[in-house]
Write a protein that binds this ligand. Sequence first.
Ligand code: BMA
Length: 330
Amino acid sequence: MDSQPGLTSAACIRRYPGNPVLSVQDVPYEALLVFNAGVTRYRGQYVMVFRDDYGLEPSSPYPLHTDLGLAFSRDGLAWEVQPGFCFGWHDDEILRAYDPRLTVLDGRCYMAFAADTRHGIRGGIAVTEDFAHFEVLSLSLPDNRNMVLFPERIGGRYARLERPFPVYGRGGVDRFDIWYGESPDLRFWGNQQLVLGVEDVPFANDKLGPGAPPVKTPAGWLTLFHAVDRDPRRGKNGWEDAWQKRYTAGIMLLDLEDPTRVVGMSKLPLLAPEAPYEVDGGFRNNTVFPGGMILEDNGEVKIYYGAADTVECLATADLNDLIALCASPR
Ligand code: BMA
């Protein structure tokens, strides 16, 4: 499949009228692009760890640095950014950490993240209780990223979704799928199994990746993912000379006891780039990248996503509508 037609968001999706919920204007230190945040509720407040790309050389469209910033909120809508980066992880080998996803488990907050290193892209898991000190528990082999940790043990083991990047084995092009892995201690990971192949998602022709950490519902683990379609005819659409990809968000339900089993998946995107802040004026337009999902007591689901790799946004939907969207068996 070379290209995809226009894609639209599901009717049940409501974009927050105050979008974006976070942009560079809200950040009291150097910031050029703030996006792809992890968001959770922890100890009575909403917490957001966001990606901040900053510094630019005049001749290049690419930011020089990436670190992670921290914001708190009482309602998940208005955010107060804390002074300074909370996770600036780099040394001679590790170039940057980015795309955090937050999971509260046994009263502590775990952060899965991607790390660019001199020897490949790796998926990491760290733990914190105060967002000032993080202990890195594991770092995968390259190339792997988009890890999300489930909020409880499954079959007695910690569980995650992940997205390795096989190249030779998948024909030398992007064809990246979502996998499941488990661990006795969050340090050693194994028993990996395929969950969802890119060929099974009608609105993707390039790659997939886990989105927000899954949310437990009576119908299964509600799971967001990003899906990419690439069209070689797309030209300049952001800061780079060409940006051929479109990132949409998909939704599926995984079996509660055996999350390697997809019990239903929407055949259409949940969220597709349509709003001005998703399709225009950003670093990489036509990109929505979900990283946080919160189920409220009244059944509202908050979905946090990076838009155009430039700002952080919020959309909401009712839990029952999201479950209904997944009703079609895969
Ligand atoms: C992916 C990641 C994301 C980013 C997306 C679109 O590979 O780097 O952080 O949002 O590309 O640029």
